[in-house]
Ligand binder design. Structure first.
Ligand code: C5P
Length: 283
């Protein structure tokens, strides 16, 4: 049996550079893992099967965790199956790469369980077939993601800090947000190079000052509560941003008490509020 934790991600930056011929958008994103984790437990079995602790999540072949097992089994020509037990903690369709991180954990776990010995790069390459964020989730830590998000380069780790995550009760489809994206509606584009320089310098305040996500220009007007929660995090002195295509917003601070104050207060406003910390990737 193999047990893994599957951490969520947040975006420190998200820029859309244009539309690609394949319908995806060319992006530049600085991504960061946080220790809000799903748990994935893999047990040897004859066929592939899945159980999840959430009634609203499909426990069938449409689930990315199941697809990851199928993909790796076919790719590596394995005759065995696996029973996947998925314990969801990360909010779904929330901008936190919850589905992608489960898929990445299944790839990594089955690589162990089936003794395949595939290098991480190969798992990341395979993972890109499942979703643009899966390669990042295979590595974790702090990374620059380009292409449609699947090309990842390691960056110096973000100075460790507290992360308050707030997910309002709406599901936001990534495809819908990208479809509605209009470059002229963007008011603040990220300075990706400036963010990388800030990370190299290990300067938390410079990182905090450079948080930016162009997809806020779609999601915040459509779901005003996202903007309100971001504002609230800011009022508590946290550096706040929406993650991915939303609706989750997060706030960063190096001060534990400040993070706890914001967390306690926000819990009165909305159900899904988490206090987490940034984490480094493996290796
Ligand atoms: O790659 P993934 O399946 O997670 O993407 C979900 C949807 O989001 C895609 O089908 C596409 O519509 C949109 N998308 C995009 N450009 C990206 C990533 C995602 O348009 N770079």
């Amino acid at each position: 049996m193999v047990e893994l934790t599957a951490p969520a991600k947040i975006n420190l930056t998200l820029d859309v550079l244009g539309r690609r011929a394949d319908g995806y958008h060319a992006v530049a994103m600085v991504m960061q893992s946080v220790d809000l984790c799903d748990r994935v437990c893999l047990t040897p079995a004859a066929d592939i099967s899945l159980t999840v602790n959430q009634p609203h999540l499909a426990a069938d072949a449409t689930n990315l965790a199941w697809q990851a097992a199928l993909l790796l089994r076919d790719y590596a020509g394995v005759a065995a199956g696996v029973h996947i037990r998925l314990e969801k903690v990360i909010p779904m369709a929330a901008g936190l790469a919850g589905g992608s991180t489960d898929a990445a954990a299944v790839l990594k776990g089955l690589n162990q369980l089936w003794r395949l010995g595939l290098p991480r790069e190969e798992l990341a390459r395979l993972g890109a077939r499942l979703g643009s964020d899966v390669p990042f989730c295979v590595y974790g830590g702090t990374m620059l993601a380009t292409g449609r998000g699947e090309r990842v380069t390691p960056l110096p780790p973000l100075p460790s800090c507290w992360v308050v995550l707030v997910t309002p009760p709406v599901s936001v489809s990534t495809a819908w947000v990208y479809r509605r994206f209009q470059p002229h509606a963007v008011t603040a584009r990220p300075d990706t190079e400036g963010m990388i320089t800030a990370l190299r310098a290990g300067d938390f305040n410079a990182v905090a000052a450079r948080l930016a996500n162009v997809l806020e220009s779609v999601t915040i007007p459509a779901y005003p509560q996202v903007g309100k929660l971001k504002q609230l995090l800011g009022d508590f002195g946290l550096a706040a941003l929406m993650s991915g295509s939303g609706p989750t917003v997060f706030g960063l601070t190096t001060e534990r008490e400040r993070a706890r104050r914001a967390w306690r207060h926000l819990r009165q406003h909305t159900a899904q509020v988490f206090l987490a910390a940034t984490t480094r990737g493996e290796e």
